[in-house]
Design a protein around this ligand. Structure first.
Ligand code: BV8
Length: 257
C-alpha cells in the first residue's frame, strides 16, 4: 500500500501540497482511466455488447490481426468512432494547464485516443501510438484518410504501397516493440523527475508500467490518482483515491493553475 491514501474529497494534506509546490521536474504517466470520464471505456472494460465475446489482448495483437483482419479492423473502427464522439474531460484539461505553466513537465501516456492533445497538451509521449493514425501492415508507412475513404468498401483497406499489405492502426500491439526513441525519452524524463504523477492505470502493461519503478528508484516522489489500488500503489507515496477528472483539477488548482 502507499504510505498515505487520501479519499477523493478529503483535504490535500499540507505535506503533500508543500512537496507538490516544490516539485522542479514533473513527469506524468496516464492510462486508460484518465479517459474513462470522457466515455472511453478502459481497455479491458471496452469489451461490452458486440465485443464482449472477444479478448482485447487477442484483438490488439499481430496474431489477432493475421487471424482475422476484418474483425480487428472493425474493432478499431468502433473505438475510433467512440473517440471521435468523445471530448477531453477536466482531467485532460488540468494536465494541459500544468504543462503550459510548469517549466519542466513531461506527459507520457499509454492511451491511443489523442485526448491529451485535443485538450491542448503538447509534446505528448504516446508510448502505444495513436488510433487515429493508420499505417501499412508491411512497410509501416502512413496511410492517408483520403486513401481509406476511397477504399472504405474493403475492411481493412489494402495498402497503397505493397500488394500484400493491409491498412492497420498505428498502435503498438501486444508482442510488438515500443518506439525506441519514445521509450527512451520517457525513461529519461522519469529518471530525471523529482515528482511523478501516475494517473488512471492498473499498471499491468510493460514496459510502460515499469516507468514508475524507474522514477521510484531515482528517488522521485510518486503520487497516484486512481479510484482503485493498482500494481503501482505499493510504490506511491500518496494515493488519491478518486476519479482523475475530479482529483487532477484539485491538485493542479493548488498550484494556482
Ligand atoms: C513489448 C495499444 C517486447 C493497443 C496497448 C514484462 C512483464 C510482463 C509482461 C510483459 C513484460 N514485458 C513485455 C510484456 C508483454 C506485454 C505485457 O505487458 N503484457 C501484460 C498485459 C501481461 N507487453 C507488450 O507486449 C509490449 N511490447 O514489451 O514488446 C518486444 C521487444 C522487442 C521486439 C518485440 C517485442 C507492448 C504493450 C502495448 C500493448 N498495447 N495499447 C490498443 O489500445 O488497442 S496496451 C493497452 O492496455 C492500453 O494502451 C493500456 O496501456 C493498457 C492497459 O489498459 P486498461 O487496463 O484499460 O487501462 P489501465 O491498465 O490503464 O486500467 C484502467 C485503470 O484506470 C484502472 O486501474 C482503473 O481503476 C482506473 N480508472 C478507472 N476509472 C478511472 C480510473 N482512474 C482515474 N480516474 C477514473 N475515472
Amino acid at each position: 500500500m502507499s504510505r498515505r491514501t487520501i479519499q477523493a474529497d478529503a483535504e490535500l494534506c499540507p505535506e503533500l501540497l508543500d512537496r507538490w509546490r516544490a516539485a522542479r521536474r514533473i513527469a506524468v504517466l496516464t492510462g486508460a482511466g484518465v479517459s474513462a470520464e470522457s466515455g472511453i471505456p478502459t481497455f479491458r472494460a471496452a469489451q461490452t455488447g458486440l465485443w464482449a465475446q472477444h479478448d482485447p489482448m487477442q484483438l490488439a495483437s499481430p496474431e489477432g490481426f493475421a487471424a482475422d483482419p476484418t474483425l480487428v479492423w472493425d474493432w478499431y473502427a468502433w473505438r475510433r468512432r467512440l473517440i471521435a464522439e468523445a471530448q477531453p474531460n477536466p482531467g485532460h484539461h488540468a494536465l494541459a494547464r500544468l504543462g503550459e505553466a510548469h517549466p519542466a513537465f513531461t506527459l507520457i501516456t499509454q492511451n491511443v485516443d489523442g485526448l491529451h492533445q485535443r485538450a491542448g497538451s503538447r509534446a505528448v509521449l504516446e508510448l502505444h501510438g495513436n488510433i487515429t493514425r493508420t499505417i501499412c501492415s508491411k512497410t509501416r508507412r502512413p496511410i492517408s484518410e483520403d486513401w481509406l475513404a476511397r477504399h472504405a468498401d474493403s475492411r481493412p483497406p489494402p495498402s497503397p504501397y505493397v500488394a500484400d499489405g493491409l491498412a492497420r492502426p498505428d498502435v503498438v500491439w501486444f508482442g510488438e516493440a515500443l518506439d525506441a526513441a519514445v521509450l527512451d525519452q520517457a525513461t529519461r524524463a522519469v529518471q530525471a523527475c523529482d515528482l511523478m504523477l501516475i494517473v488512471g492505470t492498473a499498471g499491468a502493461v510493460h514496459p510502460a508500467a515499469g516507468l514508475a519503478a524507474v522514477a521510484h528508484s531515482a528517488g522521485a516522489l510518486l503520487i497516484e490518482i486512481n479510484p482503485e489500488t493498482s500494481a503501482l500503489t505499493r510504490l506511491a507515496d500518496w494515493h488519491l483515491a478518486g476519479p482523475s477528472a475530479h482529483c487532477l483539477p484539485r491538485l493542479v488548482g493548488a498550484l494556482g493553475q
